[in-house]
Write a protein that binds this ligand. Structure first.
Ligand code: ZN
Length: 68
């Protein structure tokens, strides 16, 4: 299973600003909120660790959901 911290570039669902977030797969699935540095809106981040495929799936949502 992936146990390193990976950086993922995401787009703010509110203003489209590009942000880098650190994904820590060693913590397993995570569900948390982060604040966009550009528009200060909260983004809902849902991190899912796919152990079988050794992949991290990140869903970023506010009004519109985007899958990365
Ligand atoms: Zn923003």
């Amino acid at each position: 299973m992936p146990d390193e911290v990976k950086e993922q570039r995401i787009e703010c669902p509110n203003c489209g600003h590009n942000i880098r977030v650190a994904l820590d797969a060693s913590e397993g699935d995570q569900d948390y909120y982060d604040e966009c540095p550009a528009c200060c809106m909260e983004m809902h981040l849902n991190l899912h660790v796919d152990e079988y495929n050794q992949k991290i799936q990140l869903a970023v949502g506010s009004d519109n959901e985007q899958i990365f």
